[in-house]
Write a protein that binds this ligand. Structure first.
Ligand SMILES: Cc1cc2nc3c(=O)[nH]c(=O)nc-3n(C[C@H](O)[C@H](O)[C@H](O)COP(=O)(O)OP(=O)(O)OC[C@H]3O[C@@H](n4cnc5c(N)ncnc54)[C@H](O)[C@@H]3O)c2cc1C
Length: 481
């Protein structure tokens, strides 16, 4: 029998303890870790808990809700993000009911969301240095639209032209190989339909809501939007907002979780090691059997994933384009529209983009307003410091609307592009991107699953985020129960 000396015993114990540490380190503590406390991540976490799984939600920010963010520090809390809840948002409306929240009529955020009978009294154009009312627009000598579309307001020209003949009928037609032929620049399609360069500049590039420029957004993306909008209108033009702010919904969802969301806990890396996934976070490494990543691609780009996702999925994560929105928010001290007799909201071709006056106060009082800058103009605005942007905006307002400049007190500047954990507003597919990776972006990669607005196949916006969660829930349950 060999004798064992003290050194060998200590050495052996050390190796054993290292091994058991390693084993412990790789032993999943949770069935599923969810990265992101937006509505897609929260919906998944709630349902998995209900099904008996152990779930941990990790959220980078010190607030819940992601792109549902109510400016609670601005009078009457306008929405920075998701605003309009459609009549056919079944999942969203069901969640609102479940958590005892109340719906109120939609809050107009953009001119095109104003009810048609209120548009004329609430919105005025400021184009080429002139104020124009709706009646002036069709005969305005600076109106570059083809005869059939001269009365279409500039913010709906692209949708009006494409909508006249949309080849997509079903909600998932945009993902079929046949639809690929429309996955081309919007500017090219509209040019082929007879729109001039000046028409594209006014009808697409100005205050652009989808994509960052007319050449970098896909026609197919807008056709999908139109098919979906038609589906939504089946219940009529019925739209809602959550009383007290849309952010109250994700907050209520988070509160209902058995295990609280870990906030201020950004995830840096995900490593699928064969027995589970190691999740590296600002608070250390955590282990789970599986992980759901519910963050937009603009944030996912900063999370290291090993092993590498397949080529098409990697391309999607790295390049999917997002629309833009930079906002300058004001308190309204005086009813400037009563002083100068013009409607309160302006749609302009100046650097301020749109001035949106929010009639959300008691009895419809307008107590706050925001500049809403989008498209390339938002990227330009982001190059300025917040104080320089406010200064430039006030100078433009003084020039084009002196009474408004006097009546508005700046409160804050907010840019979705500058938010590290969002990086844009919503996925706005560039030409070729739908064909290249729309069907691959949400594929399960080993033990890593994907959800979020950009992975929705049928719905869009908030309802799309929840639809993506439902797919992820089934995928996760199939593999963990
Ligand atoms: C300006 C704007 C207007 C909109 N208007 C509408 C509208 O009118 N109607 C509509 O239906 N939809 C609208 N939307 C879209 C809607 O808000 C979104 O589709 C939806 O909220 C997205 O939810 P999500 O769960 O997919 O993503 P998110 O809400 O973005 O959630 C992702 C979460 O992940 C977190 N995260 C990111 N990186 C990390 C990390 N490394 N570690 C940990 N956590 C991380 C984020 O902080 C965030 O909380 C709008 C969005 C914006 C921005």
């Amino acid at each position: 029998m060999s004798t064992v000396n003290r050194r060998q015993v200590v050495g052996g114990l050390g190796a054993l303890s290292l091994m058991s540490n390693r084993l412990r380190a790789n032993t999943p503590r949770w069935d599923v870790i969810v990265v992101g406390a937006g509505i897609s991540g929260l919906r998944t976490a709630l349902e998995l808990e209900t099904q008996g799984l152990t779930v941990k939600v990790l959220e980078a920010r010190n607030r819940i809700g992601g792109r549902l963010y109510t400016h609670d520090d601005v009078p009457n809390g306008p929405e920075a993000g998701g605003s309009v809840i459609g009549g056919l948002y079944a999942r969203v409306q069901d969640t609102i009911k479940r958590f005892g929240l109340d719906l109120e009529p939609m809050r107009p955020r953009e001119p095109l969301e104003n009810p048609p009978n209120e548009l004329q009294e609430r919105v005025v154009f400021h184009l080429k240095g002139r104020y124009l009312r709706f009646d002036d627009w069709p005969t305005f000598d600076g109106n570059p639209f083809p005869q059939a579309f001269r009365s279409t307001p500039p913010w709906s020209l692209d949708l009006a032209m494409l909508g006249a003949n949309n080849p997509l009928e079903q909600l998932d037609d945009w993902l079929t190989p046949q639809a690929s032929k429309y996955d081309v620049p919007l500017a090219t399609t509209l040019k082929q339909m007879g729109l001039s360069d000046a028409g594209i500049a006014m009808g697409v590039a100005l205050n652009q809501a989808y994509g960052q420029s007319p050449t970098t957004v896909s026609t197919l993306h807008l056709l999908q939007l139109l098919a979906w909008a038609k589906h939504q209108r089946q219940r009529g033009d019925v739209y809602f907002h959550i009383k007290g702010g849309n952010q109250r919904m994700p907050e209520a969802m988070a509160k209902a979780l058995k295990e609280p969301v870990e906030q201020s806990c950004p995830v840096f890396a995900l490593h699928d090691h064969g027995k589970g996934v190691t999740v590296e976070t600002a608070h250390g490494a955590l282990e789970a059997k599986r992980v759901l990543v519910s963050v937009p691609c603009t944030a996912l780009r900063h999370i290291k994933i090993t092993p590498e996702p397949p080529r098409a999925q990697r391309l999607g994560i790295d390049t999917l384009t997002y629309s833009t929105s930079t906002q300058v928010l004001f308190r309204v001290d005086d009813a400037y529209w009563e002083q100068d007799g013009l409607p309160p909201t302006i749609w302009s071709d100046t650097e301020i983009g749109q001035l949106l006056a929010f009639p959300y106060g008691p009895a419809g009082a307008t107590q706050s307003a925001s500049l809403w800058i989008s498209g390339v103009a938002a990227l330009e605005a982001d190059k300025l410091s917040h104080s320089a942007l406010v200064e430039r905006s006030m100078a433009v307002l003084k020039r084009i609307r002196p009474k408004a400049a006097k009546a508005l007190t700046p409160i804050k500047v907010f840019s979705w592009q500058q938010e590290r954990y969002t990086g844009g507003t919503w996925a706005s597919w560039a030409p070729g991107q739908i064909t290249a990776f729309a069907n691959q972006i949400s594929q399960i990669h080993g033990r890593i699953h994907f959800a979020g607005e950009h992975t929705a196949r049928l719905e869009r916006g908030m309802e799309g985020a929840m639809e993506s969660a439902d797919r992820a829930i089934l995928e996760l349950l199939e593999r963990t129960l």
